[in-house]
Write a protein that binds this ligand. Structure first.
Ligand code: URA
Length: 231
């Protein structure tokens, strides 16, 4: 919402009075003077006029969870346990998942209530690398790296996946980097080359790596550096 609107929504202040307060340097947004009435201010920012709180600012949460197998990447479900069952309830409020993992998949799952931030992490156009360690049912063929680099055709979406990299770790084990996060993307890519995933573990999204000190089911807040790596 624009700053002038936040001020004029309060205490019967007119838009004109709000603009005058802002122009006079009497309004701060998260601690800094803002003289721009049209400045967009999100719900997490604190707005003060002459030191009085106009908008307190909602608490913002960014969490990294080590998702164990068997939990659904959803906030509610009637039949299955969801990843929110692993998070203390006082944080549930409006958390959403930034990039789901399938129920059987494990590893890095990020939850937040900051939708603008999470879109930057997950929007296919932004092409943030996501790194997965996979085990496959059959040996990974020598053609697989080339096919992934060329892109795989996804008929339902009618698109080619962005070039992906694969690092071989064994006959049936690899590290795969993709730049989107389409529905069952890694499984479908292996299926397209005649293979099948039997285990999938997300290690990293952008510069955010699953913390080695977390055990399955545990979580921690992201650090300032991890949060700002996405901005
Ligand atoms: N791709 C998949 O197929 N499954 C996941 O859980 C994540 C990426």
């Amino acid at each position: 919402m624009k700053l002038s609107r936040i001020l004029s929504n309060q205490n019967g202040v007119s838009r004109k009075q709000a603009n005058a307060l802002i122009a006079a340097g009497r309004v701060t947004v998260s601690g800094g003077i803002c003289r721009e009435p049209a400045q967009e201010v999100d719900r997490f920012s604190t707005v003060k006029a002459d030191g009085a709180i106009i908008q307190a600012g909602d608490a913002v949460h960014y969490l990294m969870l080590y998702k164990p197998a068997g939990y659904l990447s959803a906030t509610v479900d009637d039949t299955h346990k969801t990843v929110l069952d692993l998070i203390e309830s006082k944080l549930h409020s409006d958390l959403h998942i930034a990039g789901r993992l399938d129920r059987a998949s494990t590893g890095l799952l990020i939850l937040t209530n900051d939708g603008i931030w999470s879109r930057r992490l997950t929007e296919p156009k932004i092409k943030i690398p996501k790194v997965y360690r996979v085990s496959t049912a059959r040996p990974i063929t020598p053609e697989t790296p080339e096919r992934f680099a060329e892109g795989i055709w996804f008929e339902p979406e009618r698109l080619w996946t962005s070039p992906a990299q694969i690092e071989m770790l064994g006959l049936r084990e690899a590290r795969v980097t993709i730049y989107e996060g389409r529905y069952h993307q890694v499984k479908r890519m292996f299926h397209a080359v005649g293979n099948r995933i039997i285990a999938l573990h997300r290690e990293k999204m952008g510069d955010i790596r699953l913390d080695d000190s977390l055990s399955p089911g545990a979580y921690r807040p992201l650090t300032k550096e991890e949060i700002s790596s996405v901005r």
